[in-house]
Design a protein around this ligand. Structure first.
Ligand SMILES: Cc1ncc(COP(=O)(O)O)c(C=O)c1O
Length: 462
């Protein structure tokens, strides 16, 4: 082994404690173990404990840790090249762009690659400005999350008071854009206490009113996650997306899907195809590169794209290694991964719903493919948010399970493992999840807490 790697891998707990002074974090859910290595759906910490990872590391490791097929193409390609500047062509960029275009809805055939989700949202915003004039404002939904770059942060709920206090985004208001927010069609509970169909009508009616009377100029575009992930795994109703599409056409603005979390994870390549409602721009990130950094936008053929005069230029927007892994992953998607995602996702969804008979604190299970959220409430009638979701996450660590938490009320537990999880592993997730509910809600002692997972569950994992 390389001597430096050996030295790094041998860092002691004391050194880690000391060096942690040098690491400045701006987000993410802290309080977890120090991770050492992983394989498949499982990851080991530095003390040798193993966990099934239902966060897929910010939902991005679709094929799990150290996937053999992905590692093999990495090894092969890395001997040829890694980083190539955006201004130079490579075969793999042509290949991947063509492949994505062939899978996207008809009439969406041009792809621009970039370095991460936030910048990809900004790339979509640039295309929108180029094509929709006069316009200044973008529209996003209540509780949405679209990133923390200065261009995208104002689109995200983290600049609002929705969690009871102003979150990080509001500190940068002088530099962030203001987004016009429209009501989101939540199906589990809505502020008017009306039935879902009535609430969808309300949301669409208010959106029409806002387009007409609440915005100066045309809306430059409506950015929407077909499943609002950070908001608490809210699966938007098809009828709502159809209504939004119609409104965008009527007001001559663009419908932009943030598919950064839905791509592949719902058991289909694109949510646009699943819902049968085609946007004008699709934004991709996270799992696109099979665990390596890569993001992209795909735009409608009707739109004017980028020009070469420095409209969209990033040093690392042409990462050939990520493009190889992304291409290989698409091949694996077609060879069973998406089918597995649908089947195992349905299995988890069904079993979690059944668990509600024993744990009525499970208020709602929202599942599409491996995009799964469990909303925890104090009782199923009142639907008040359960306060112990963070504790359940910590109990998960003790039981060998990494869960996500989220939702603006922080009461949604997210179960979003790698898409390659098998049935036995799903059963293990269910067993450990149930044990964690039991420990927190039915009062088992917390004596098993290991040294590395004692800290507070401090922030929200998006
Ligand atoms: C739906 C959605 N959009 C955008 C982003 C931002 O992506 P990134 O963190 O790569 O900038 C995220 C990240 O969590 C996301 O979930």
């Amino acid at each position: 082994m390389d001597a430096l790697l050996k030295k790094i891998y041998a860092l002691t707990d004391e050194q880690i404690k000391e060096y942690s002074q040098n690491v400045m974090l701006g987000g993410g859910s802290r309080g977890g173990p120090v991770l050492d290595h992983g394989k498949g759906v499982r990851v080991w910490d530095t003390t040798g404990r193993d966990y099934i990872d239902c966060t897929s590391q910010s939902w991005a490791l679709y094929l799990g840790y150290a996937n053999d097929t992905i590692n093999a193409v990495i090894r092969e390609h890395i001997e040829k090249m890694t980083h190539i500047h955006q201004g130079f062509d490579t075969k793999v960029r042509y290949y991947l762009a063509n492949k994505l275009a062939s899978l996207a809805p008809a009439g969406m055939s041009r792809v621009s690659f970039t370095v991460g989700g936030g910048p990809a949202i900004e790339a979509a915003m640039k295309i929108a400005f180029k094509n929709v004039q006069p316009s200044r404002e973008f529209v996003t939904l209540f509780d949405s999350y679209h990133g923390t770059t200065l261009g995208s942060m104002g689109a995200s709920w983290i600049s609002t008071k929705s969690a009871g206090k102003f979150f990080g985004g509001s500190r940068f208001l002088p530099l962030t854009r203001t987004f016009i927010r429209i009501p989101n069609p939540v199906t589990y509970r809505n502020p008017l206490g009306v039935d879902t169909e009535t609430y969808i009508d309300y949301c669409l009616t208010m959106t029409r009113e806002i387009f007409q009377r609440g915005i100066s100029g045309k809306p430059a575009g409506v950015i929407v996650e077909p499943i609002q992930a950070s908001a608490g795994q809210l699966i938007l109703p098809r009828r709502y997306l159809q209504g939004l599409r119609q409104l965008c056409d009527e007001f001559e603005t663009l419908l932009i899907y943030d598919e950064i979390q839905t791509f592949g994870r719902i058991g289909e390549t694109f949510a646009a195809n699943y819902f049968g409602v085609t946007p004008d721009i699709i934004v991709l990130g996270k799992g696109l590169g099979a665990g390596l950094p890569l993001a992209a936008i795909i735009i409608s053929d009707k739109l004017e794209g980028f020009q070469g005069d420095t409209e969209e230029l990033h040093t690392f927007a042409n990462p050939t290694l990520s493009m190889v892994t992304a291409s290989k992953q698409l091949e694996l998607f077609e060879n069973g991964v998406l089918r597995n995602c649908r089947e195992m996702g349905d299995y988890l969804g069904q079993k979690l719903s059944e668990m509600a008979a024993e744990y009525p604190e499970i208020g709602d299970v929202r599942q599409l493919g491996m995009h799964i959220g469990v909303e925890m409430v104090d009782d199923p009638e009142r639907k008040n948010p359960l306060k112990q979701a963070g504790e359940i996450r910590l109990a998960g660590f003790r039981n060998g399970l990494i869960l996500g938490t989220g939702g603006v009320r922080k009461n949604v537990l997210k179960i979003k493992p790698p898409l390659i999880i098998n049935k036995q592993e799903c059963d293990e997730v269910l067993e450990k999840f149930k044990a964690s509910l039991h420990d927190v809600l039915r009062g088992k002692s917390k004596a098993k807490c290991s040294g590395s997972v004692k800290q507070k569950n401090e922030s929200v994992l998006v």
